[in-house]
Design a protein around this ligand. Sequence first.
Ligand code: SAH
Ligand code: DHB
Ligand code: MG
Length: 226
Amino acid sequence: MANAADLERWVAIDERLESMLDIDDDILSATLADSDAAGLPPIAVSPLQGRLLQSLARMIGARRILEVGTLGGYSTIWMARALPAGGRLVSLEIDAHHADVARRNIARAGLGDVVEVRVGPAAQGLAALEASGGEPFDMVFIDADKRSNPDYLTAAVRMTRPGGVIVVDNVVRRLDAGDASDPDAAGTVRVLELMGDHPGLTTTALQVVGRKGHDGLAIALVLPPA
Ligand code: SAH
Ligand code: DHB
Ligand code: MG
């Protein structure tokens, strides 16, 4: 956990970076403001992290993106903006209220025809997507209930093309909690072990400090079949 003085410094640096890099815009800040007003928790990715997700998508020429955990659609909008014409993003969200807020935010961003928010447990959403036998995804962002991350990762690997990218949010927050009886901490340890062991992935994890405190991201590249 960060102490108050550390957090204050990290927030101030995030603000300076966001300002120097001109990261924010009105649609993104309205997305956060309306999510807040609708009572959603303030746990969306930071602006700088949103830009990272967007750039990763662009770097790999992503046309199809899958998100697990929509909340108010903030990370969704960042990633969907990376898509070329005809691209598509599917986001899975268990909470119907979150999904409603997200759909409004996504529509305001002009991405209503690009993004589909599906309500239900992500495990079911992933199974349905897989059963429908669509094209593989280029990028998957896993950011829902951390205890299920091993299952989400396993499904994501099957559903992502070689050369695609899988990003898992919040891998340090739960790791740092360190309590093996905490299912979310256990899910984090397990997902990182799975990523490290998987012959089809090459993975790194980065610690991040900033406006969300001390946390981290795991980023995996999906390799061609051996
Ligand atoms: N990706 C968002 C933040 C997601 S917060 C952003 O950065 O902007 C995590 C979200 O996952 C919450 O909206 C929560 O309702 C959702 N969630 C939790 N458990 C879930 C599950 N089992 N299936 C699908 N979504 C779930
Ligand atoms: C928190 C942050 C997240 O990014 C998330 O997905 C879930 C929870 C948090 O700050 O508690
Ligand atoms: Mg998160």
